[in-house]
Ligand binder design. Structure first.
Ligand SMILES: Cc1cc2nc3c(=O)[nH]c(=O)nc-3n(C[C@H](O)[C@H](O)[C@H](O)COP(=O)(O)OP(=O)(O)OC[C@H]3O[C@@H](n4cnc5c(N)ncnc54)[C@H](O)[C@@H]3O)c2cc1C
Length: 425
């Protein structure tokens, strides 16, 4: 059974002298295996917590997670297109007990990096020798005039999976045939670079099959995007006249939204929508800022070998919240980084020197249920950041037969099953 730790139990332990002062002493001085706290139980954090325990079972690992059920973003575009249930995206934390990870199910609200203590909203205080922050993203609510938390109830972002995903799905279902759907895509960097274009593809698939008189416009704050050639060729083949992409140079950047009139405003035009999906600018999850690990960009600069914060010693940041150079913000990346970070943290706690890592990412996207494309990359530390290993990555072939696209769609499904089994199973 998973070891849940309540504030009462924790205080009982403290009273019994297990952690009398709650002020952390270095683990080595205590002769123990060390204490690691991981904040955020997504693809990065849950993986890291499990792998630290597997690498060195003497280390005590507490995973702090705000919600008891994790809802995965990969494949949530299928939910929006009516091809999948949200329940297929949801995972619990019970199996983390197999690796003897202690679970604290409450949001972390403060980090005292000097005293090395994390405090949760239930007032539980968790001392650490090393802290791993993996909080994912937060929306920059102040970045797009007119777009705030109330606006997201009319114009969902659906960029954190859950209620927002279902809201966008319901709006598409309720729309009349002949309606206009508008998606706005943000400038880099943001979670899942190919995500807006996979979403556009699968919404186009839904419209083509269920509401063929409708139209989909993608307003983009960029001139180029991930797997662009592959997406655009597929759109020409599958969704001609239905899906229109407007680049930055052609006036695609949304500068404000008028929620009352369901209108997205650019420097050149006003786009009225029946359904509007605003994917707004993002930043690292708030606890990273609270911990003093973010820079002016809103993201967390880290050492590319250990993922230790460049701003807070003994604090590591992984996943979407971190600046990882050439490595994109994906679940695959988050999982790769988590394993490297786990090894580095175990080494550092044991007084060793972490090895220089090589990391892999592969991002699959579905353009239709049986049409998959992918991009892969290999990364290594260079000049203080992660850089591409030249010649080691690539994208799916341009003029592949439909059997290749169908095979990649199968691989995408297999990837999701494998990664979620590894992280939560
Ligand atoms: C539509 C869409 C499609 C995508 N498709 C793919 C794909 O096909 N392949 C792919 O590789 N990636 C995909 N991604 C990207 C992927 O979802 C993210 O890159 C990935 O989730 C990042 O992992 P993470 O652990 O950094 O953050 P998350 O997975 O978001 O996990 C963060 C966790 O931290 C918790 N948390 C935050 N703050 C606190 C706090 N203060 N206290 C406690 N807990 C906290 C949250 O509750 C959450 O559980 C997609 C994303 C989107 C939006």
């Amino acid at each position: 059974m998973t070891k849940h730790i309540s504030r009462r139990d924790f205080l009982k332990q403290a009273a019994a002298g297990a952690s009398a002062t709650l002020v952390p002493l270095p683990a080595i001085a205590q002769g123990a295996g060390g204490r690691v706290v991981v904040v955020g139980g997504g693809f990065a954090g849950a993986t890291c917590a499990r792998f630290i325990r597997r690498i060195d079972p003497r280390i005590t690992v507490t995973l702090v997670e705000a919600t008891p059920t994790f809802t995965a973003c990969p494949f949530s575009n299928n939910v929006i297109a009516g091809l999948r249930d949200l329940t297929a995206q949801q995972f619990g934390y019970d199996k983390l007990a197999n690796d003897r990870v202690t679970l604290a199910l409450a949001p972390a609200s403060a980090v005292n990096a000097q005293e090395r203590v994390v405090t949760l909203t239930n007032n539980l205080r968790l001392p650490y020798d090393r802290l791993v922050l993996a909080p994912g993203i937060d929306i920059r609510w102040d970045a797009l005039p007119g777009y705030n938390e109330q606006a997201a109830e009319r114009m969902p972002h659906a960029w954190r999976a859950g209620e927002q995903t279902l809201l966008l799905r319901r709006q598409l279902e309720a729309m009349e045939d002949g309606g206009t759907v508008v998606i706005s895509a943000p400038a880099n960097p943001f979670r899942c670079p190919p995500g807006p274009y996979e979403r556009a593809s699968l919404i186009a698939y839904y419209l083509k099959t269920k509401k063929p008189k409708s139209k989909l416009i993608v307003l983009d704050a960029k001139d180029a995007f991930s797997k662009q050639g592959l997406f655009q060729n597929a759109w020409k083949e599958l969704y001609p006249g239905l899906l229109e992409w407007v680049s930055l140079s052609n006036g695609g950047k949304v500068t404000s939204v008028d929620v009352a009139n369901m209108t997205l405003v650019t420097d050149f035009a006003r786009h009225k929508a029946n359904v509007a999906n605003v994917i707004p600018p993002q930043k690292a999850g708030r606890i990273a800022e609270v911990a003093g690990a973010t820079d002016r960009s809103g993201w967390c600069p880290v050492d590319p070998v250990t993922f230790e914060s460049k701003q807070q010693p003994n604090v590591h940041v992984i996943g979407d919240a971190a600046i990882m150079g050439a490595m994109p913000k994906s679940a695959f990346s988050a999982n790769s980084q988590a394993k490297v970070c786990a090894a580095a943290v175990a080494k550092l706690i044991g007084g060793g020197k972490p090895d220089e890592p090589r990391l892999i990412n592969t991002c699959y996207s579905l353009v239709a249920p049986d049409y998959g494309i992918s991009v892969a990359g290999v990364y290594r530390p260079a000049d203080g950041q992660l850089k591409d290993v030249e010649g080691a990555g690539g994208v799916s072939p341009a003029n592949a037969p439909s059997s290749t696209r169908a095979a990649e769609a199968t691989f995408a499904n297999g990837w999701f099953k494998t990664i979620t089994e590894e992280v939560f199973g």
